[in-house]
Design a protein around this ligand. Structure first.
Ligand SMILES: *Cc1c(COP(=O)(O)O)cnc(C)c1O
Ligand code: SF4
Length: 344
């Protein structure tokens, strides 16, 4: 497994990031050129040519705070594998499709998915702060995310018209790509709907660019009528460096419940040591595990698949090693399902 040298005692983390460049400036300066990424990491040019070929389908995007956590000179680095386009993405694989969850069919309006009882999923943004090569939305028409105030209003009136809904899940893309004002405006509009009680945000941004966890974001989350719950997407213990730990701490200190989700990925986190370290580290930071997702069979991601039997065995090992609350639910998404399918 990867060693624990990335771990930093809680007390050493910086308390404020105000002196650093803003998260938007960091995002604007992200690496988008495969050759630049490969050179920055001291990898051979052959890696770059494969990356250039595979990036045509789904472009490379890696912001510097994430790049800094990738080991130099190791083409198998578990953080690198998540973001580096690879030749394997271009190979056709039986059963892997552009829309494995049938989300296009479940989308009634631009950006609104109503698949599960009581909860509506709102695609709040079409963009992300990083491009994860295994993403099940890599072919999703994110142009369908609401982009004009009128489209927002249509999605919001649909939610307002359905009194069975108690929770809105902001997803994407990454909803925290919206700035603090846009988020506050959206959350104010949703808070006006009397039957809603909760607002859940699924995001990878605090992991990728921890500077995103601004005072403004925290004020918006704690000031709203709706109970805010944040679910961070984190796959490997080395994704959690000192600034990330501090950002998660700011959210928890503000009283926002933090949950985590990960995708089980071959070559990245498909061993018991790595997963145990990830979940130990997260609970130490007061982030509870929620989901460990079986890979969705999206075209281009077949090389990341871990057989479900292996995933179940890993969960068994985690149950032996960790307290019960530190073990995630291992689940699979199903196209027509009324809930996620439990795999362990
Ligand atoms: C996972 C998911 C949800 C939320 O499911 P929970 O079980 O409440 O976490 C809602 N909508 C969609 C489309 C989902 O994939
Ligand atoms: S951040 Fe989430 S939505 Fe965006 S590419 Fe990664 S997995 Fe997909």
């Amino acid at each position: 497994m990867d060693r624990m040298d990335c771990l930093v005692p809680l007390h050493d983390v910086p308390a404020a990031v105000d002196s650093l460049p803003s998260w938007q400036a960091i995002l604007a300066g992200a690496v988008r050129n495969p050759t630049e990424l490969v050179r920055a990491l001291g990898l051979p040019d052959s890696v770059a040519s494969a990356a250039v070929a595979a990036a045509g389908d789904f472009p490379l995007l890696v912001p510097h705070p994430y790049l800094q956590r990738i080991a130099r000179g190791n083409p198998r680095d578990p953080l690198l594998l998540q973001v580096l386009p690879q030749a394997a993405e271009l190979l056709p694989a039986a059963g892997y499709t552009a829309d494995p969850l049938g989300e296009t069919a479940a989308t009634h309006l631009p950006g609104l998915l109503c698949k599960y009882e009581g909860r509506a999923l709102l695609i709040a943004a079409g963009a992300c702060a990083v491009h994860c090569r295994f993403c099940f939305r890599r072919h999703f028409p994110l142009g369908l995310a609401p982009s004009t105030p009128a489209q927002w209003e249509r999605a919001i009136s649909q939610i307002a018209a359905d009194a069975s809904l108690g929770e809105v899940i902001l997803s994407g893309g990454d909803p925290l790509i919206l700035d603090d004002q846009q988020l506050a405006q959206l959350s104010r509009r949703l808070a006006e709907i009397p039957h809603l009680t909760r607002l859940r945000i699924h995001t990878r941004l605090p992991i990728v660019i921890p500077q995103r966890v601004t005072e403004g974001l925290i004020a918006g989350l704690r000031g709203a009528r709706l109970a805010a719950i944040v679910v961070v997407h984190v796959n490997h213990p080395r994704e959690i460096d000192a600034p990330v730990a501090a950002a998660l701490g700011r959210l928890v200190d503000a009283g926002v419940p933090l949950l985590s989700q990960a995708v089980l990925l071959r070559g990245v986190n498909d061993d018991a040591d790595t997963l145990a370290e990830l979940y130990r580290r997260l609970v130490d930071l007061r982030v509870l595990p929620y989901y460990l997702h079986q890979l969705d069979r999206v075209a281009g991601a077949a090389h990341f698949e871990v057989p479900p039997e292996r995933g179940s065995a890993l969960i068994g090992e985690l149950r032996r090693r960790l307290p019960g609350y530190a073990v995630p639910r291992y689940v699979r998404e199903t196209p027509g399902g009324v809930a996620k399918e439990a795999l362990a």
